[in-house]
Each structure stands twice: as C-alpha cells, then as structure tokens.
Design a protein. Structure first.
Length: 95
C-alpha cells in the first residue's frame, strides 16, 4: 500500500505493509537475512519494522530494500539455543 508523507519541504513517498513474520528456526549464533515482498519498496528508502511479539533473545539487525519490491530483514540469534519466531504479522514502513 503506498502513501505520501507530507512534510514542510514537500512530500516523501511512503510504503506501509503488513507481512507474515519469517518463521524459520535460527540456531545458536546464526545471522540470517529473510526476504519480505513489499510492493512499492525501492532501494533508496529507509525502513522501520514493528515486530509486536518479538521472541526473547532474537535481535533485528537491520532492514533494507535490496531490489524494488524485495525488503531484507536481518535476524540474529545470540542465545544458547534455537529460536523459531512465532507466526505473526509484522508492520513495515518505508519512506
């Protein structure tokens, strides 16, 4: 879903999307990039993700647009065990 964010200097394109959380298990010490398909996303945008029920110990290491429509979410598991993220809906905002 595309919106336009109005600012004092003009407008900035904005993308707001809800996507399913990646639920693939991350073993101890794993850093993994997960792809999210988000229409309207472009590599020049900045992204924010809201993960409402983030699993204990799971770290979001970054979020960026790799190619038009494909946003990457970097996850890190620094714990002593495997983490399988709970199935849920994430909200992603890009501007």
């Amino acid at each position: 879903m595309a919106f336009t964010l109005m600012t004092a200097g003009g407008s900035v394109p904005q993308v707001v999307a809800t996507v399913a959380a990646p639920v693939t298990a991350l073993t101890t010490g794993t850093i993994a990039d997960r792809s999210l398909t988000i229409g309207g996303a472009t590599p020049d945008m900045t992204f924010y993700v809201n993960w409402p029920q983030q699993d204990t110990g799971l770290i979001i290491g970054g979020i960026w647009c790799e190619t038009a429509g494909t946003v990457k979410l970097r996850l890190y598991n620094p714990t002593g065990g495997t983490i399988t993220p709970a199935a849920q809906t994430l909200k992603v905002i890009g501007f």
